[in-house]
Design a binder for this molecule. Sequence first.
Ligand SMILES: C[S@@+](CC[C@H](N)C(=O)[O-])C[C@H]1O[C@@H](n2cnc3c(N)ncnc32)[C@H](O)[C@@H]1O
Length: 202
Amino acid sequence: MGFLSVLSFAHRLVSERLKPGDIAIDATIGTGSDTLFLAQAAGPKGHVFGFDIQEEALTLTQQRLDQSSATAIAPVTLLLQSHASMKDAIPQIYHGKLAAVMFNLGYLPSSASNKEIITMTDSTITALQASLELLRPGGVITIVLYPGHPGGDSESEAVQQWASNIPQSIAQSIIYQQLQRSDAPYTVAIENKSYNKLKSRG
Ligand SMILES: C[S@@+](CC[C@H](N)C(=O)[O-])C[C@H]1O[C@@H](n2cnc3c(N)ncnc32)[C@H](O)[C@@H]1O
């Protein structure tokens, strides 16, 4: 039967935590499959925000949402901007209330895309830190990483280090990885315990 794929594993973690009416972010919309997944899980009373730096990703994602036969999906706000600015872009009323933030790093997987446009370590880490601050206690961040492509190896290492260094009192970090292939994609996930509780105590 085999284990879940890294993408299915990320979806599993999110679907266990994201309920109808919740707010979620797709930090790298690409062709929109995670955006649609989040919109279905959040339902019409929820809301999904999606980020990408390429116009093509917004077009593909909008097409996927428009063509979906899924009924009762959440309203989706697609933003042509870096996920590094998510803290400013997400309305203040949702800060500390997000149920899930999904990252799928690397390049846009459409046939016509420029594969040299990839996620970059600095903006990824800025966005991850912002995500942790935006999550509610019990909310989850999932990150699918691709160490097998140029640039993806150092980004994966930096993300793993960032996730390993989060104090255990704030969040729990896990990794889902095939051990026999060092270049295989893998998933890191972080469940927020109490970031906002700690912050509000000063
Ligand atoms: C692997 S793809 C995402 C795949 C997507 N989840 C899907 O289902 O098709 C990575 C995406 O991240 C986008 N990206 C790169 N840098 C970004 C940034 N700073 N902020 C937001 N998106 C970024 C790329 O343009 C690309 O579309």
